[in-house]
Design a binder for this molecule. Structure first.
Ligand code: IVH
Length: 681
């Protein structure tokens, strides 16, 4: 597009502001508003305007800098040499131009490259001295980053000690595996917490925590890909693929699919192979990185202010496809939330056929002005969940009207209300709403709740249609006789179902609490409630005041619990569940995995709430190892009153330190409240 001088200056300023704003959202807030591809479009336009009209380029324009600023809450680490970003290319043509540029600069026809997958995570720099982890920092703005040493120590895949006593400054990417991201979001949804948009944001949010133990409770991983600095002269590594092998040999995690490419053809076939194969990995990749393999030739090309000239990122084309919205359907969840779903003309996105996409809530429909009949861009958020990105307004059919959110439940016709401060409409029909009954029965039998095998959606629908169940206690009144004659139900399947129903009577109390489906009471809160109150009777009798005593339980949850138990219908259901023989008390259960599993913990000082010996024994029961001395291998130091030199040593070594109170609070948070002689800490 051609601009005259004044227009160009305005446009430049606008673009600079826009890019700075989106940088801030992405790097500082971990909450981007636009896709990577959209961001790249902005940056490209800005860069080309700046090139055409260098007089308008402001000092330190955003295109010349690496994004992100450093927040003051964490310590700051200054880098001796800039932690650079990469220049991007978006097509094979641009990739070839890069290859030819490097060849020309080196005067070589066929330079060799190492091709790597570009992990979509958070860049970190780590220092090891004599093989021992010293310090870790985020990339920040490239000149200084946040000190995340204590947090990085909580990432299991990052060794505290290397296989050789070398001193190195290395760079890598911290990421969250897709499977961990999904279960984290599932748990957050159950707890009523905001969801992370994608694994990258979840990784960034988890690493940039002031509490390292929160980082520790999130399943983060890392891959390392660069040796930035050697502490001593060396002759062991002269190529990039050699560097990756060397890092792996030290016990560091290295992404295993890198490839040494001796020709441009090899590079292209790597690109084509990974364009689709990347979808089967358990981590997100947003492109490939091509690096000149011979390390001694890299300085010949040198760096720009922002990125090396000897490497480039090939960004995968985003899979956004156009399709049409045929209808907007409203479904009703267990707690009465009305969720709008776009019914799409089926379309292939990222290798699967997509015909539905959640529209989340009324506000999103309104903000994006999504209407029935619209042609929209659909993509998979984090490559998994289909999402309507935006409407192609130029293709909007004449006479289309804005979508009006229903004010009545589409299933039972009860009024739907939107409570202040909430994005969702809720059906007020409660257990008179068949949709809520159905969802609550499915939830009750689900794997994380009462785990009744065979009681899935289809069976629940059959049982509802036959009038055999109307509320959860009816499940325990089913018999071989009543199941007989149900379509698809032979003697064997009914026997199996009855057996798993019978087994479910002995489930732990926290599962039953979760299965009842109180609002805001997800798995973790259920565990906290079970551990605190021990019996259903005591929980049922608990007042608001009693409930808010439980660590992490605030008024919203407490209010929801109290409200649930004051409903006569719920009281009746629980009384019947008790009569039908369901377990209503907490039994001691063996702890499989705790935040302390396999961690070396040092305990020092005098403790108020629990004798030190009991605390040490309890840490052992939780899978931790109590050790006497603080070292680099210590994961955590718990300090009581009058701590001695151990606390100082921990501070020196940047080992996480917690007071008695913080430690108990954190363990309770994680679902493992500390038992003291006087009850719960
Ligand atoms: S090399 C000078 N290699 O991508 C070295 N970066 O968009 C420059 N990234 O900031 C980085 N995987 O956070 C490199 N295999 C890989 C990578 C990688 C992911 C990230 C890194 C960088 C960003 C640039």
């Amino acid at each position: 597009m051609a601009w005259n001088g004044g227009e160009a200056a305005d446009r430049l300023r606008q673009l600079q502001e826009a890019v700075a704003y989106h940088n801030h959202r992405y790097y500082d807030l971990d909450d981007p508003e636009i896709t990577d591809a959209e961001y790249d479009t902005l940056v490209q336009e800005l860069a080309s305007l700046e090139k055409q009209q260098p007089e308008y380029q402001s000092q330190g324009s955003v295109t010349g800098r690496v994004g992100g600023t450093v927040t003051a809450a964490m310590g700051v680490v200054h880098f001796a040499s800039s932690v650079l970003s990469l220049n991007n290319v978006h097509s094979e043509e641009e990739l070839q131009e890069f290859y030819l540029r490097v060849s020309a600069a080196l005067g070589q026809e066929r330079p060799s490259f190492t091709a790597e997958l570009k992990i979509d995570g958070l860049s970190v720099v780590i220092w090891y001295r004599d093989g021992i982890l010293q310090k870790a920092a985020t990339r920040g703005d490239g000149n200084s980053g946040e000190d995340v040493t204590a947090n990085v120590r909580m990432i299991r895949d990052i060794p505290q000690t290397l296989a050789q006593p070398v001193s190195l400054e290395i760079r890598g990417e911290v990421y969250m595996p897709r499977s961990a991201f999904e279960s984290l979001n599932q748990n957050r949804e159950q707890e009523g917490l905001a969801l992370f948009a994608n694994p990258r944001n979840a990784a960034a949010g988890s690493l940039r925590q002031l509490d390292p133990l929160v980082t520790g409770s999130r399943a983060l991983s890392a891959f390392f890909y660069q040796i930035r600095q050697w502490g001593e002269p060396h002759d062991s590594v002269s190529t990039q693929h050699g560097a990756l092998e060397f890092l792996a040999g030290l016990g560091l995690p290295v992404e295993p699919h890198y490839q040494f490419c001796e020709s441009y053809e090899a590079v292209v076939s790597y690109v084509r192979q990974w364009e689709s194969a990347r979808r089967d990995l358990n981590y997100d990749t947003d492109g490939l990185v091509l690096k000149l393999d011979n390390l001694s030739l890299q300085p010949v090309l040198g760096d720009t202010q922002k990125a090396p000239r000897w490497a480039v990122a090939y960004k995968f084309p985003p899979e956004e496809v156009l399709t049409q919205i045929l209808a907007i359907e409203i479904s009703v969840g267990r707690t009465g939330v009305l969720t709008p779903t776009a019914i799409l003309k089926p379309v292939r996105v990222a290798q699967t056929t997509v015909s539905r996409a959640s529209l989340h809530n009324e506000d999103i429909i309104r903000e994006r002005d999504i209407r029935v009949g619209d042609t929209v861009y659909v993509r998979k958020a984090g490559e998994i969940i289909p999402e309507v990105v935006r409407v192609e307004k130029s293709l909007r059919p004449a006479g289309s009207v804005p979508f009006v959110f229903p004010e009545r439940c589409p299933v039972c016709g009860s009024q739907a209300v939107r409570l202040p401060g909430e994005a969702a409409y809720r059906c007020t029909g409660g257990m008179a709403c068949p949709a809520q009954v159905r969802e609550s029965l499915i939830h009750f039998g689900s794997r994380d709740a009462m785990d009744i095998e065979g009681l899935g959606e289809k069976t629940v629908d059959l049982l509802l249609a036959a009038g055999l169940v109307a509320r959860v206690d009816d499940i325990y009144r089913l018999s071989a006789d009543s199941l007989q004659g149900l379509p698809r139900f032979g003697a064997l399947s009914s026997q199996k179902l009855l057996q798993s129903i019978e087994e479910s009577k002995h489930r732990a109390l926290d599962r039953l609490i979760f299965a009842l489906g109180m609002r805001y009471v997800g798995q973790r809160v259920s565990t906290l409630l079970a551990h605190h109150f021990h019996t259903m009777d005591q929980l049922q009798a608990a007042s608001m005041e009693d409930l808010v005593q439980v660590e992490e339980i605030g008024e919203t949850i407490a209010d929801s619990v109290v409200h649930f138990f004051t409903q006569p219908l719920n009281q009746d259901v629980i009384a019947h569940l008790k009569d039908l023989g369901l377990n209503m008390v907490e039994q001691e259960s063996l702890v499989a995995q705790t935040p302390l599993t396999g961690k070396a913990v040092v305990v020092t000082g005098t403790f108020v709430q629990i004798p030190r010996k009991s605390l040490e024994a309890w840490i052992g029961q939780m899978g931790g190892k109590v050790t006497a001395a603080v070292s680099q291998r210590t994961a955590l130091v718990v300090v009581g009153e009058k701590p001695g030199s151990k606390a100082a040593k921990a501070r020196d070594l940047q080992v996480p330190i917690m007071t008695e109170q913080e430690f108990f609070g954190w363990m309770a948070d994680s679902g493992f409240p500390v038992r003291t002689p006087g009850g719960l800490a």
